[in-house]
Design a protein around this ligand. Structure first.
Ligand SMILES: [Zn+2]
Ligand SMILES: [Zn+2]
Length: 350
């Protein structure tokens, strides 16, 4: 099979390698589509280390072969791939919260070869854990790849009570795909208005070009977000804010923009070399803020994400701006990494 192999940081070669065979409990998937994600970019450049030469974790595939002792999964069925695989026996894994696995979860495209290849293996532990999420024929392979990042946003937003009518104004720091998907989840769950804040005018223009259903697009290079929110909400503040950019100063800034009893989701991971930041804890205390984390996603999040896409409550097709063949993997990486390319989601389609 053909696969995009990381030879060394920044050097990826399309090579012919042996197609894996499913061992006991494993599934061989024919990869139909696999989307590039920001994390993949960091791995490909050598900024982040993974254990395997093939990355790619936003995958739609069709079962090509079934290993011995697998039950209820059949050749020809289509699935989206759940990335996170827990140890299977800690307290969190036992309640299907593998993203919080006490033994550290492993993941497709990190500890197991991923989807930038013609075929990939779903390991036995993943099959047992339900990491193959069935998808219907009514959604395309490309749309199916969005289930993974969308599921992470469904998880990150889970603790925010959007169905409560008091929760109207939502702001998102970061207009990349993750900021956009967080905004779309908020909207689908009943948030009234979504404001996207980003430092890149190109990105904000792209959102409008793609007709994304957001209400305000604020360039924070030109406009002070704290002042803008004060004016826009007549001093009340935002009901919920998502920090979807790895810029830690945004957390105290967001706290200045929140309404009383507001919700703050720290979706983005911050630089591991220095994740500390000074914040005024009395803001949380006196104003009764709710602060949430977000770490990957599990089966329930994938199912909700899939259902949003299948029901068209969230329309993701506009987000797929570029499609490449595996042969042109390097070109795809370049396109996704270039802000002037107008790329939102770049997909490798087999
Ligand atoms: Zn990803
Ligand atoms: Zn575990």
């Amino acid at each position: 099979m053909k696969a995009a192999i990381i030879k060394k940081p920044g050097v990826i070669a399309i090579e012919d390698i042996e197609t894996p065979k499913p061992a006991k409990g494993e599934i061989l998937l024919k990869v139909d589509a696999c989307a590039l994600c920001g994390t993949d970019q960091r791995v490909l450049k050598g900024e982040k280390y993974v254990d395997v030469p093939i990355v790619g974790h936003e995958v739609t595939g069709t079962v090509e072969a079934v290993g011995p002792e697998v039950q209820n999964i059949n050749i020809g069925e289509r699935y989206a791939v759940q990335t996170v695989i827990g140890c299977g026996h800690c307290a969190w894994c036992k309640i299907s919260r593998e993203n919080l696995c006490e033994n550290g979860f492993k993941a497709i495209g990190y500890q197991w070869n991923g989807g930038f290849a013609e075929y990939m293996i779903m390991p036995e532990l993943g099959v047992k854990q339900g990491c193959l999420i069935p998808i219907p024929d009514t959604i395309s392979d490309e749309e199916g790849t969005i289930i993974e990042p969308l599921s992470c946003c469904v998880n990150g937003m889970r603790a925010i009570p959007f169905e409560d009518n008091e929760l109207k104004e939502v702001a998102i720091f970061g207009g990349g795909i993750i900021g956009v998907l967080n905004g779309l989840v908020a909207k689908a769950r009943g948030a009234e208005k979504i404001t996207i804040l980003d430092v890149s005018q190109d990105r904000l223009d792209l959102h409008q070009k793609l007709n994304l259903p957001f209400d305000n697009f604020i360039n924070t290079k030109k406009t002070d977000p704290v002042e803008w929110v004060k004016n826009y909400t007549n001093g009340r503040g935002m009901d919920a804010i998502v920090v979807a950019a790895s810029v830690k100063e945004l957390v105290p800034t967001a706290m200045e923009m929140l309404a009383r009893a507001g919700h703050l989701s720290i979706f983005a991971g911050m630089p591991k070399s220095n994740p500390l930041e000074n914040i005024d804890l009395n803001l949380i205390h006196y104003q009764e803020f709710h602060v949430h984390g977000a770490n990957s996603s599990v089966e329930r999040d994938y199912i909700e994400a899939r259902n949003y896409i299948v029901s068209r409550k969230i329309n993701v097709s506009a987000l797929v701006t570029h499609t490449f063949e595996l042969e042109d993997f390097n070109e795809a990486v370049k396109t996704q990494g270039n802000p002037a390319s107008g790329a939102m989601k770049v997909i490798i389609k087999n």
